[in-house]
Design a protein around this ligand. Structure first.
Ligand code: ATP
Ligand code: MG
Ligand code: MG
Ligand code: MG
Length: 480
């Protein structure tokens, strides 16, 4: 009576075997002579159709079989008469494991809005859309590790609690065991973290990069893939307060090596999805098409989801400098409406996702790697270029997403790095451990960060980042 997964049942070569299946009812139809139940167990997007003779089951049991109820069914697998599936199950016994009161169960068989489903994030994995996304998410996690493993990179766990602010962006969540009502104060009125657990201020990590650099300058090629926390104060469709980031860090890589690796990785991951998530992607593609059809003509994407994925897998990314990109924006038709004027008036502004998406979707119609950004808008650790104005940064921009990867060659020269820290009024002393790598056996090195949920947005064709992570953390949202 061992359970067989529906995925495995649908791949059997032959029918006429007795099997036990367990899962959740998606739909039930019945008349006097026959009852049809569509059962799903999450192992695949496909349901197994269960056929029963209503006279074989008592009425109370049949009544309990409603959408959302959980069942264990034993029966004979037979070739299916109808269209669609190869097999159906002729039920011999049906046990109702758990009922789902139709008056109260929110996921009735109809189309629910994504907004509504976000409010019931605890139940949404029971829908086709979210179970498909979660299976694709698993495949992508696996593919990330597979890619780096095959290239000989080592996976490093960098700390989640840290005292350092890698990005200097001040978007950190404080970690404390202090009683908030009785915070000890120093003489000048500041909270005295000496009395706290770590005996200093501690935060949730915003990036594993600095610790990644420390290990790369020993193991040559490493990557981290861990949770990252940023108190992003704006509600966008591209930012979460808790997201997962893939951060490779490589000794002996310059900016070009860095770009080559990032491009190869993105193509590998997208190709992996195309080859290994076919059924779920076919479902998500149809879902995306339905959503597109509700948009205005000019806002519709020219390519379907699978076409977009293939396009990235097959085409070389365009590489150009920030300054060249500004020139393109300045001369673009789009700028006739003066949309980009502020960028043009002052070289040095950061690009908004609107600009990034113009370059990718309208101008080049290809993924774009922008390099050599103004140093003022990038972090202190990036390698300073000889022009004195720019740093060896790279951002990879994707259609529908904007920035998906941010990276750079790192400044390996001790004097240049500490001078830059002084210019930025940073406390170099507290980062003695980081600077030690530049004092002892420094080498050119590079790395980047790929936002895992941004990749998931691209691969699934979803348009809100809250919908590609099981339990999104955004302002005001931490209940479950
Ligand atoms: P953005 O400009 O979109 O705010 P960023 O430049 O602040 O991103 P980085 O510090 O470069 O982000 O982080 C590396 C990558 O992590 C980004 O390219 C992006 O893919 C992802 N990322 C950054 N912030 C978030 C967030 N709040 N939620 C989800 N992914 C994020
Ligand atoms: Mg940001
Ligand atoms: Mg950015
Ligand atoms: Mg960035």
């Amino acid at each position: 009576k061992k359970r067989t997964k529906i995925k495995d049942i649908l791949q059997l070569a032959e029918a006429n075997v007795t099997v036990t299946v367990k899962g959740w009812v998606r739909t039930k139809r019945e008349n006097k002579n026959v009852v049809f139940i569509n059962l799903n167990d999450g192992s695949t997007i496909n349901n197994l159709q269960i056929v029963g003779d209503p006279t074989k089951f008592d009425e109370a049991t049949l009544k309990k079989i409603t959408t959302g109820a959980s069942l264990s069914v034993v029966g004979l697998l037979v070739a299916s008469q109808g269209s669609g599936q190869k097999f159906e199950l002729q039920a011999d016994t049906i046990d109702v494991l758990g009922v789902a009161d139709p008056e109260k169960f929110p996921l009735q068989p109809k189309k629910h809005s994504l907004e509504f489903l976000r409010e019931i994030a605890h139940l949404r994995p029971r829908t086709n859309t979210f179970s498909a996304i979660l299976r694709v998410r698993h495949s992508m996690i696996f593919a990330v590790h597979k890619f780096f493993h095959e290239k000989g990179f080592f996976n490093i766990h960098t700390p989640i609690i840290t005292a350092s602010d890698a990005e200097g962006a001040g978007e950190m969540f404080r970690v404390t065991t202090l009683d908030l009502d009785k915070l000890p104060k120093t003489e000048d009125g500041k909270v005295d973290f000496k009395e706290d657990f770590f005996e200093r201020e501690a935060n949730l990590t915003v990036s594993g990069q600095l610790e990644g650099e420390l290990t790369a300058l020993a193991l040559s090629e490493i990557y981290t893939f861990g949770p990252t926390f940023r108190a992003e104060n704006s509600n966008t469709t591209r930012h979460l307060a808790e997201f997962w980031m893939i951060e490779p860090e490589m000794a002996f890589y310059d900016l070009e090596d860095n770009m080559d690796l990032a491009e190869e990785m993105l193509k590998y991951l997208v190709t992996y999805a195309l080859e290994n998530c076919q059924e779920d992607l076919a479902f998500l593609e149809q879902r995306a098409k339905d959503e597109e059809s509700t948009k205005k003509q000019e806002e519709r994407s020219e390519l379907s989801l699978l076409e977009r994925l293939r396009f990235v897998a097959d085409n070389e990314f365009v590489r150009l400098t920030y300054t060249e990109a500004i020139d393109i924006l300045r001369n673009s038709n789009y700028n006739k409406k003066k949309k980009f004027q502020y960028l043009i008036d002052a070289w040095g502004a950061d690009l908004q996702s609107e600009h990034e998406r113009y370059l990718v979707e309208k101008h080049f119609k290809k993924p774009v790697i922008l390099i050599n950004y103004p140093k003022e808008i990038k972090s202190f650790y990036m390698k300073q270029n000889d022009d004195g104005k720019t740093v060896a940064a790279m951002d990879i921009l994707f259609p529908g997403i904007g920035e998906i990867v941010g990276g750079s060659q790192r400044e390996e020269n001790y004097d240049k790095l500490t001078n830059r820290m002084k210019e930025l009024d940073m406390d170099a002393e507290s980062m003695w451990w980081f600077l030690d790598t530049r004092r002892f056996g420094t080498v050119p090195h590079s790395g980047f960060g790929l936002g895992f949920e941004r990749l998931m947005l691209f691969v699934t064709g979803m348009s809100n980042i809250r919908d590609v992570i099981p339990f999104p953390r955004t302002p005001g949202n931490a209940e479950f």
